[in-house]
Design a protein around this ligand. Structure first.
Ligand code: TXA
Ligand code: MG
Length: 347
């Protein structure tokens, strides 16, 4: 049975945190809020517990986990070496939505890294995540707390919908603030590479690094993946999603005619739109992700809107895409393109 405990997002109750920490130390599975999305935590140095986590999520064993630590010192203990670049990025962005991939130390089990010689590390800023790390005194391996290939959870209810009965505890700290996952930067090569755009903007990384980091190109499932988790199907909803990218007027027009055509064919149409699209005569089951002019708000709403649309009431989803290169723009584009699994229409 899965226990759900409410917890204040800013001043978490000590008793609740102690209970969750004890559960983690004993090898249990605990979902908890982070500033990006909810994570499903497990004692990172407990191999059997890590295997149970993969089973609970239905996650393939070749997809490595991010290890969460309370501080830079905690990260240092898990790496073979800490390059100066890592220290610089950590000083600027930790705690926060940045994950660094570094050469792992012997301490990190192969189960966590899927056999890779590297480990992904992050110091989360959320007060509940911090309190849990400090109270437990252990590194916590935590993927997003969703079933494999479902959208990441940004509310405790999303976690329960996917994992009720499969995990021990859910800490309900309210909605995640950022709403998309951390930016993953690989520092094991000659140059830093962004494996996944996320909560830390690329221009913020560039301002610290002195030059834009290399970005891993479009996912090509026929080639070996630089990051095994970066599979196209990763964020795919149940109803097929088609993404429309381009100038707003043309996107609206294209979605309107596709929606009309699908309705005529007897299909129930889900529409993932922005506030600016509302009242423009597009008919279907509409969810707005917020104003296109406020990408941070869009990021905070995206996964909840996707889950609402994807609850079985629609046969297909038509989505308004984002092209902004700044802020969370690249992360939004990346997640929607994955959800679309190749069904992208350039307007
Ligand atoms: O914001 C986040 O990062 C959230 C919260 C819970 O911290 N976590 C998260 O975890 O999104 P997950 O497991 O859903 O995504 C982790 C990503 C995957 O794409 C995985 O392949 C990649 O990080 N990754 C983990 N370890 C890696 C490694 N050693 N080398 C390359 N990529 C790695
Ligand atoms: Mg995930």
């Amino acid at each position: 049975m899965t226990v759900v405990l409410p917890v204040d997002a800013h001043r978490p109750d000590r008793g609740v945190i102690e209970r969750a920490a004890a559960c983690l130390r004993a090898g249990g599975l605990v979902a908890f809020p982070t500033e990006t999305v909810y994570g499903l935590g497990v004692h990172a140095l407990d191999r059997a517990a890590v295997r149970r986590l993969f089973a609970a999520k239905g996650r393939p064993a070749h997809d490595p986990l991010i290890v969460h630590v309370a501080s830079f010192a905690g990260a240092r203990a898990l790496v073979a070496e800490m390059p100066p670049m890592a220290a610089t990025l950590a000083a600027r962005f930790w705690p926060g939505p940045l994950t660094l991939v570094l050469a792992k130390s012997q301490a990190v089990p192969n189960e966590v890294t899927a056999g890779l010689a590297t480990v992904a590390l992050r110091v989360p800023s959320h007060a509940v995540a911090q309190a849990l790390l400090q109270a437990s005194g252990i590194p916590i391996a935590a993927p997003s707390a969703n079933l494999f290939s479902r959208p990441s959870p940004t509310r405790a209810a999303h976690v329960a919908a996917d994992l009720d009965g499969r995990i021990d505890l859910i800490l309900d700290g309210g909605p995640a603030i950022v709403g998309v996952e951390s930016t993953v930067v690989d520092l094991t090569g000659a140059q830093p590479r962004v494996l996944r755009p996320g909560g830390v903007p690329l221009e913020a990384l560039a301002s610290v690094l002195g030059a834009p980091p290399l970005e891993v190109g479009p996912v090509d499932s026929s080639r070996p993946q630089p990051s095994p988790g970066l599979l196209e199907r990763h964020y795919s909803p149940n109803a097929p999603l088609t993404l429309y990218e381009g100038p707003a007027d043309q996107v609206i027009e294209a979605i309107r005619s596709a929606a009309a055509e699908a309705r005529q064919a007897g299909q129930r149409v889900g529409l993932l739109l922005v506030d600016e699209d509302l009242g423009k005569g597009i008919e279907g089951v509409v969810r707005s992700v917020g104003p296109a002019a406020d990408l941070d708000a869009v990021a905070a709403n995206l996964y909840a809107a996707l889950r609402e649309l994807d609850n079985g009431a629609v046969d297909l989803i038509l989505a308004h895409g984002f092209a902004d290169a700044r802020g969370v723009g690249p992360a939004l584009r990346d997640r929607l393109r994955r959800a679309a699994a190749g069904r992208v229409v350039q307007c």
